[in-house]
Design a protein around this ligand. Structure first.
Ligand code: NAD
Length: 469
């Protein structure tokens, strides 16, 4: 993996700021060095993207569609390689990495096909007014480490489809899949349309302040999103901020537990819980509390932990030491506060960042495992008596990414779902994202949406053409 390079203007470039170690989360040991860009190289990448924009913005919709389909083809042709890189640096099991690559292809193709129509707002005898959607210019994409390839695709493809050019910067924890993705894209796209730099966290602030970057699309933590928003004021950058979540789910009295328990477990522990819109707090009516908790603990016990490359493993390590320490702290604090910890799957020996899928019962508000985003393999289960109080507790979070209601009475479930303060409310499901359904948060989970027509339009500005006949 040491062979992957940063790319500026279609060409590999040597790192000007040395290199840094990338760690295999299954062993806790460094397996390769990633290049590290200087701030001067960021300027070069932005200049290249700006130069490419002068032509790319005028390419036809048909041309861009065709090129994005070619990009999808090349991702598809290198699916096995990309999935292996993801397992090595991110840690998830191979089958899940394959889902990530497959999703990246599907999202690319869907985005390629989206239209950007001209809207006519008046067409009268004396006047015609048209609303056009123009690209913004150079878009800076700043990525997290949890679904690194998929989120890169979510950022880059709509930006390109709308006629922008891109400088992308992966998380220092998962740089190689993005370097390889951009290398593959450059086999298809004109030079400078997409550029990639890797860093150890110093480039994000420089990108947010950069005078020639017109928009930042960021997925990551809320505090970093706040930094970016402050810096973006310098040239009034557009922003899409997909930030942290602490999604609550409410199980209504009388729910069919056999029908929903597996879904609750899977959407809570998706990617070892390291999913922004995973179900992170589960509220269960007291009448079914014990039964549902027991069922969840039984599923947790069945999980097989290990390296994502091992046959039969369906539960990998957490991605990094910081996350591992954070989740262990939340579990320890819950235990001290009187909750019961159920963690019975076997954890492999060694220095890998493994935490067994952990169900926390007798959890209550005020415990850090409930109030803070865990972003890891632990789910607190909270008992409620009155559904109004459950709604209050779900909405008490400062975050507002997703929420869910689980029950057989769909009308009642929908009435409650509509009262949840979140960007997506699922009924009998959670964490499901789709290329055609806009996705984004409210409150401290950020603003703006990705996906679908609405998501694409975030990479455009409106120009009104007012014609007096
Ligand atoms: P992070 O904020 O630590 O880092 C994300 C990126 O920001 C990295 O590329 C990092 O180098 C860069 N960065 C760091 N400091 C910066 C600064 N001052 N200015 C600009 N960029 C800077 O987040 P993470 O730990 O990689 O990701 C986990 C978080 O992401 C969780 O809170 C999770 O909920 C959230 N997340 C949200 C979504 C969503 O769609 N809402 C999706 C995935 C993850």
């Amino acid at each position: 993996m040491n062979n992957y390079s940063m790319i500026i203007n279609g060409l590999p470039v040597a790192a000007e700021a040395g290199s840094f170690a990338v760690i295999d989360p299954a062993t806790g040991v460094s397996f390769a060095e990633s290049p590290c860009a200087s701030v001067a190289q960021l300027d070069q990448a932005v200049d290249a993207a700006d130069m490419a924009f002068q032509t790319w913005q005028y390419s036809s919709h048909e041309e861009r569609k065709a090129l994005l389909h070619k990009v999808a083809d090349t991702i598809e042709n290198h699916a096995a390689e990309l999935a292996e890189i993801i397992v090595k640096e991110q840690g998830k099991p191979l089958a899940l990495a394959q889902v990530e690559v497959g999703g990246s292809v599907a999202w690319t193709r869907y985005t390629a096909e989206l239209e950007i129509p001209v809207e006519v707002v008046e067409d009268s005898e004396n006047k015609r007014i048209e609303m056009h959607r123009k690209p913004l210019g150079v878009v800076g994409s700043i990525l997290p480490w949890n679904w690194p390839l998929m989120i890169a695709v979510w950022h880059i493809m709509p930006a390109l489809r709308a006629g922008n050019t891109v400088v992308v910067k992966p998380s220092p924890l998962t740089p190689f899949n993005t370097l390889r993705l951009v290398e593959l894209m450059n086999e298809v796209l004109p030079a400078g349309v997409v550029n990639v730099l890797t860093d150890q966290d110093q480039l994000g602030p420089a990108m947010s302040q950069h005078e020639k970057i017109r928009k930042i699309v960021f997925t990551g933590s809320t505090p970093t999103g706040q930094h970016i928003m402050r810096s973006a004021a310098s040239n009034l950058k557009r922003l899409t901020l997909e930030l942290g979540g602490n999604d609550g789910g409410i199980v209504l009295p009388g729910a069919d537990l056999d029908a929903i328990t597996e879904g609750i477990f899977q959407t809570s522990f998706l990617n070892m819980g390291q999913t922004c819109a995973a179900l992170k707090r589960l509220y269960v009516h007291e009448s079914q509390y014990e039964e549902l908790a027991d069922k969840l603990v039984a599923i947790a016990k069945e999980q097989t932990l290990g390296s994502g490359f091992e046959e039969g493993v369906n539960f990998g390590p957490l991605q990094n030491q910081m996350q591992y320490d954070h989740v262990n702290r939340l579990i320890a604090e819950a235990r001290e506060a009187g909750a019961t910890i159920h963690a019975s799957a076997n954890v492999p020996e060694g220095e890998g960042y493994f935490i067994a899928p952990t169900i926390v019962t007798e959890a209550t508000e005020g415990m850090s495992v409930v109030d803070e985003e865990q972003f890891g393999s632990v789910l607190p289960v909270i008992s409620y008596t009155d559904v109004e109080d459950a709604i209050r507790q779900v909405n008490a979070s400062e975050n507002g990414l997703g929420g869910s209601v689980w029950g057989a009475d769909l009308e009642q479930a929908q009435a409650i779902a509509s009262r949840l303060e979140c960007g997506t409310a699922w009924i009998n499901g959670h964490a499901e994202v789709l290329p055609h359904a806009p996705f984004g948060g409210c409150k401290m989970s950020g603003f703006g949406v990705e996906f679908g027509q609405e998501g694409l339009f975030e990479y455009t500005r409106i120009q009104v053409v007012n014609i007096n006949r």
